[in-house]
Design a protein. Structure first.
Length: 566
């Protein structure tokens, strides 16, 4: 292993040289006084993606108490905290750096606490993975500037962001306590037969359409009294709020009164949040899936017969395929695919749905005979879905009362204040002038598991490369996989991870025998046992990954237009 002095000498010796001389750093390990610095990959030129590096610090040197690292949940909370700390210290160290040249960067964290690859902690060390844009003037090396980054800025960042005595210790302990409390609430949901919990005092509205920060002066959430529960937390405190029971839940109200804001908080409540986000105590069942219409998406051999059957021309809906789905067929496919991915909670906002998929009113039923209408609306299937498969639904409605008949609980949002109006809704549903016959089917139908054929993801060479493009797209060679309909993806690093998972499937798991869920299980088990590096090719050390849920991974596979189902 080389020394920090060797690194300093090398950088000064190549100052003013051709950019390619930076390659002499590639693969080298340098020992600093209290950490190792490893150069994994050197960028080819000043305009290429930044160089990838790692730092290893002994846990004893870092000094983070072992009681903060004795469970996986605590490790996730601590690594998130350290990733944010490194990011802040990098910003402080580089206030005057311009452009991407000569800058350190680390994976950026949002309001959610996600399992990431940027900081790794094992029994012996803490590892930080980040990038450095190696500085240049044109294509000439600025070796002295590089030395300033690696010999001055970087050691200060590591010292301030990883050493326990320099950290905000109170904030670190608070984040660990909060994360453990959030995980406890999520476990309590199943015990109490709840699908979600919304704590009293939660701030649900966001600052604006492009900011995920809480809105100042927003009306805090307060539970209807008959749905308020208290949960004792591992931290020794008790939290009160609304427990949303299993079954069919409607949230109604006028426009702009906060219905969609509540649902959006529940959608993102599948993740834990940092302190002062406002939604720290909004906890949703981890497999809850947002369902929407997605016109134009590709669908491959999905059984949509519970919702759509007897199409003109006798088109097969038990193995329905299309390259350009309509609103209703896309929503039917999205629903069935979520159920195949073992989601036990569906979250639906009528504003983003296909109307003919959701409802068919009494007058239309009288005009169009049942045998002439191939679509069975979700209103007729939501109850048997719960009865047959124990899948709950939370549904925002503002324009139709059809769901009053089948709802287990109905809440009204009135100027961001939630009221229980279940009894009023049931009275309306039971009144003679509004009564409808046969609102609900008796059975839901089958949810088959599909097997991925080996002919999927079988390109060779450059055409087989998978690369994320932001949060909403993955390129497979030159083919885009559009995942913009997956509204619960919250971070581009999750999309990076999905791309790497697909690459791992292509390289290691494409046997033509496994179902989509079995493939997802195998990948997630690999990551659980061996970490993110286990699915990375060529012993790379990816630092820009955040773990998505199995539901998003499976949904991304389903949106690949070259998908082939056996």
């Amino acid at each position: 292993m080389k020394s920090a002095k060797d690194l300093n000498q090398l950088l000064h010796s190549i100052d003013g040289g051709k950019y390619g001389a930076y390659k002499r750093l590639n693969g080298n390990h340098y020992q600093f006084s209290d950490f190792q610095f490893i150069v994994e990959h050197v960028q080819a030129d000043p305009f290429a993606p930044p160089s990838k590096v790692r730092v290893l610090v002994d846990r004893q040197t870092a000094g983070i108490p072992s009681e903060l690292l004795d469970t996986k949940d605590k490790v996730i909370a601590v690594t998130d905290f350290l990733t944010r700390a490194v990011g802040r210290e990098i910003q402080l160290a580089q206030k005057h750096a311009k452009g991407s040249k000569g800058k350190m960067t680390i994976d950026r964290c949002g309001q959610e606490i996600l399992e990431r690859s940027a900081v790794q902690i094992d029994d012996d060390s803490i590892e930080v993975r980040f990038e450095i844009g190696l500085p240049a003037a044109g294509r000439k090396i600025l070796g002295k500037a590089a030395a300033n980054i690696m010999m001055s800025q970087m050691p200060r960042v590591i010292d301030r962001a990883l050493k326990y005595h320099h950290l905000n210790q109170e904030a670190l302990h608070e984040q660990v306590r909060l994360y453990v409390d959030q995980q406890h609430i999520r476990a309590v949901l199943d015990d109490k037969q709840l699908v979600a919990f919304v704590g009293n005092g939660a701030i649900l509205p966001r600052k604006n359409g492009v900011s995920d920060l809480p809105l100042n002066d927003a009306i805090p959430f307060n539970s209807p009294s008959n749905y308020e529960i208290a949960i004792d937390l591992p931290s020794g405190t008790t939290v009160k709020g609304m427990g949303i029971p299993d079954g069919i839940t409607l949230i109604v109200g006028g426009g702009f009164h906060g219905k969609s804001t509540l649902l959006e908080a529940l959608e993102i409540g599948v993740y834990n949040h940092i302190a002062k986000d406002g939604r720290e105590m909004v906890i949703t069942r981890a497999d809850g899936m947002k369902i929407r219409a997605e016109d134009g998406r590709s669908v491959e051999k999905v059984n949509i017969t519970p919702f759509i059957d007897n199409l003109p021309g006798k088109k097969d809906t038990a193995r329905f395929s299309t390259t350009n789905a309509s609103g209703s067929t896309s929503q039917a496919a999205n629903t069935m695919e979520a159920l195949e991915a073992k989601s036990s909670l569906l979250l639906i906002d009528e504003d983003t749905t296909a109307t003919n998929f959701m409802i068919r009113d009494d007058r239309m039923q009288k005009l169009i005979a049942p045998e002439k209408e191939p679509i069975t609306p979700f209103a007729s299937k939501v109850k048997p879905l719960y009865d047959d498969y124990n899948v709950s639904t939370i549904l925002i409605v503002g324009g139709s009362g059809d769901y009053f008949d089948v709802a287990d609980q109905v809440f009204m949002m009135d100027e961001y204040r939630l009221k229980d109006v279940t009894s009023e809704a049931k009275k309306i549903a039971d009144s003679p002038e509004y009564h409808r016959d046969d609102i609900s089917d008796r059975e839901f139908g089958n949810i088959p598991a599909r097997v991925l054929a080996r002919s999927s993801f079988n390109h060779k060479g450059k055409a087989s490369r998978l690369k994320a493009k932001g949060k909403h797209s993955i390129m497979y060679g030159k083919e885009p996989i559009d995942i913009s309909g997956l509204e619960q993806l919250t971070d581009p690093s999750q999309t990076n991870c999905i791309a790497l998972m697909l690459d791992y499937y292509q390289r290691k798991l494409a046997d033509g025998q496994s179902t989509l869920y079995e493939i997802a299980d195998a990948i997630y088990n690999k990551i659980e046992e061996q970490g993110f590096d286990a699915i990375a090719p060529n012993n790379r050390y990816p630092g820009n990954l955040a773990l998505p849920r199995k539901q998003e991974f499976i949904a991304a596979v389903n949106r690949y237009r070259g998908l082939d189902i056996k």
